[in-house]
Ligand binder design. Sequence first.
Ligand code: ROI
Length: 166
Amino acid sequence: MYPAFIGLGANLGQPREQLVYAVQAMASLPDTRLTHVSRLYGSPPIGPQDQPDYVNAVARLETALTPHRLLAELQAIENDAGRVRERHWGPRTLDLDLLLYADDEIRTVNLTVPHPEMVHRAFVIVPLLDIASDAVLPNGAKAASLQAATPGPDLLVLAESGWWQT
Ligand code: ROI
């Protein structure tokens, strides 16, 4: 089994309900265990500003699925949640990003791990640190030492851990 961290985001429909759905769906994946889920955060959009604020979280899995198989399963969950995506960096019903997979560095056409933008994004790094305060990237960088680990005032805690358990 390998540890994998997944970034969750949504800003259309019922964002919080979609994240609850996604956590429960990931917990049901074959050969996979859900071990940790961060607090729930609210954040203004990075990228185009003419879209609603996001709801974000990070989850930790232990999985025997390969990275590409896990990616396919995450995309199936996005689609089952009725994902619509109007434009690049536009609003979405549910976004599941494979952030980290063990200590792997992967660069293929449809999958890049670590997720290339994660180190710049407080809405990823802060929830990651909730559940893995000692997280280290494959290049040796400590997540806790990144600038994005010190969030601005616009990253809100919407709910404490356990928000996804109904
Ligand atoms: N902005 C925020 N705050 N949260 C996200 O999850 C998010 N996801 C995206 C883009 C459009 C880059 N902006 C985001 O894909």
